[in-house]
Ligand binder design. Structure first.
Ligand code: ADP
Length: 537
């Protein structure tokens, strides 16, 4: 029966077509498309030609996706399947793309409960879904950023704490620095007093600027205006001409990093106005930067004119005294030698012993005078060398007969016997005798004394080794100075402190070096070097 309130099929389809919700009706297990509205055709990206086709034929891209099977189940089991945000790959405008849908496949049944069709509705939620995804990603990102911020915050708090601690430490340092500054000021004042009391001049040279300055005393000695800061050449001009080159090269030496930066020399300055000469001892030290370049050389000057004068008087006296002593001693020696030869024939029996004692004393006196004489020769710069080539080992073997004769010590030779040196044999003999005599004198308990020769570069090195008491390290630097003597545990030995001084001067005059390795309780090794023959020519 036809009733005007019932819609025809085409009217129903028209209604379906007009809805915005994508809608389609399928029948059968193949989900054959009975009808599909415009919205659904848009979703599929297809046109009316799909009507009447099975779902698989109409949308072949659905193969391999779950939807075709879902339709079959809905048809077979009369159920409803729905989903939200479900991805489906559809070919739209010739391009396979993924869209997201909220969909429902609903089995529509007749009175008998049989499925007559499947109502398929779908809403494309791709836009919302992707926005949601982006929002979720953003939230995750934000959470991460938040975490990072949190961590950074914690770090900052820790750094802040550290800062606070460092600040406190710094404040502590500042206080200490202040105290040190006060101390420094105090020390500076004391230093100033000390410099004044010691009547020292102070000086400061900047190699970079080439400028030279000093305290008022220095300016007074050099005849400079009190305000003046002068170039080094101007200062050098005030040094007496023969000393200038020597001072310039000592400054150059001190400014070389490899030299250790020490500067310790004596020279004469002449006041430019009064022309009064003054002998000064200059002591200083160079400072170097990280690349070992000199940044300053500074130090003190001491007026040693009077001291030098006193030394000169003493030297003059020694020179005269030794000259005067030499002649009578020589004749006394000759007489004693004669007496010695005759001693067996003289009575009473004590006479020979007296003569022997006198001879011994005479020998000592003669050695002392010999030292005095040699020292005055060295001081006056009159040490002349008479050089020849000779085997140093032979000299060592032949010298020191007196030690062998006394029989208290054994001289043991070791080392290279072939070394030929070019030197003044008599003077070198003198050095060896002196070193051996010292070993005998200062190491009386050392039965063995070793005499060792070895090659050291272009030189022969001669060492005299004893097992005696050794020498304290603070005394070693002074041993080769004139008149230096040190007693050992209160024991006094005869001598005048010239032997090592003369030996050192002889060795230096040969271009060699002299030194000692010694430790208390471990004996002493006195050594010196002299050039080998080839080097000397
Ligand atoms: P002198 O023997 O006339 O005192 P020297 O110049 O020969 O003068 O020696 C200087 C000082 O060196 C001596 O006073 C002594 O203390 C010390 N000395 C020298 N040789 C030795 C040695 N082999 N062992 C210990 N001390 C020594």
């Amino acid at each position: 029966m036809h009733n005007e309130f019932y819609l025809t099929d085409s009217q129903i389809i028209e209604v379906l077509n007009s809805t915005q919700v994508a809608t389609a009706i399928h029948v059968g297990e193949q989900a054959t498309i009975q009808t599909a509205n415009e919205a659904m055709l848009n979703v599929w990206g297809k046109d009316h030609r799909v009507i009447g086709k099975s779902l698989e034929d109409a949308l072949p891209e659905l193969r391999g996706q779950p939807f075709i099977e879902m339709f079959a189940r809905v048809w077979r089991e009369g159920i409803t399947i729905s989903g939200t945000d479900t991805p489906a790959d559809l070919e739209v405008n010739g391009k396979l793309q993924t869209f997201y849908f909220n969909f429902e496949y609903k089995a529509v049944k007749n009175n008998l409960g049989e499925t007559i069709c499947i109502l398929h509705t779908a809403t494309d939620v791709t836009g919302q879904y992707l926005t949601k995804l982006r929002e979720q990603a953003l939230i995750v990102e934000l959470a991460k950023t938040n975490e990072m911020l949190q961590a950074t915050n914690e770090e900052l708090a820790a750094i802040n704490e550290e800062f606070a601690a460092t600040n406190e430490e710094l404040m502590g340092y500042q206080q200490k620095l202040q105290l040190m500054n006060d101390d420094l000021l105090e020390t500076k004042i004391q230093q100033q007093f000390a410099i004044e009391a010691a009547e020292l001049a102070t000086w400061d040279y900047s190699p970079e600027m080439g400028t030279f300055s000093g305290n008022n005393r220095l300016k007074e000695w050099f005849g400079l205006d009190t305000e003046e800061k002068i170039g080094l050449p101007k200062a050098i001009e005030q040094i007496s001409a023969p000393d200038r080159e020597y001072v310039i090269s000592a400054i150059a030496d001190a400014l070389r990093f490899s030299s250790g930066g020490s500067y310790d020399i004596e020279y004469q300055i002449i006041h430019p106005v009064t022309k009064i000469p003054r002998i000064v001892r200059a002591k200083g030290k160079a400072q170097f930067d990280e690349s070992n370049q000199p940044v300053r050389l500074s130090g003190t000057l001491q007026d040693v004119t009077e001291q030098k004068q006193r030394e000169q008087y003493k030297d003059d006296f020694i020179s005269i005294a030794s000259h005067e002593l030499k002649t009578p001693i020589t004749s006394l020696k000759a007489s004693l030698q004669l007496l010695n030869k005759l001693k067996a024939k003289i009575e009473p029996a004590i006479v020979p012993r007296l003569i022997e004692q006198a001879s011994k004393s005479m020998e000592k006196t003669s050695m002392l005078v010999e030292d005095l004489l040699n020292a005055s020769i060295v001081n006056a710069g009159q040490l002349h060398l008479n050089k020849s080539s000779f085997a140093i080992a032979e000299l060592l073997q032949d010298c020191c007969d007196h030690v062998r004769a006394a029989g208290k010590h054994e001289l043991i030779f070791q080392g290279d016997k072939s070394l030929m040196v070019y030197a003044d044999e008599h003077r070198i003999d003198q050095v060896i005798v002196n070193l051996v005599n010292n070993a005998v004198k200062y190491a009386p308990g050392s039965k063995e004394i070793y005499l060792i020769t070895e090659k050291a570069g272009h030189c022969a090195k001669i060492s005299i080794v004893d097992n005696g008491p050794g020498i304290a390290s603070d005394k070693i630097p002074h041993l080769f100075q004139r008149y230096y003597r040190s007693d050992y545990q209160g024991v006094q030995f005869s001598g005048i402190g010239l032997g090592l001084y003369i030996s050192a001067e002889i060795v230096k005059k040969h271009g060699g070096e002299i030194g000692v390795n010694s430790e208390p309780g471990k004996g002493s090794t006195f050594w010196f070097t002299i050039p080998l023959v080839n080097k000397a020519y």
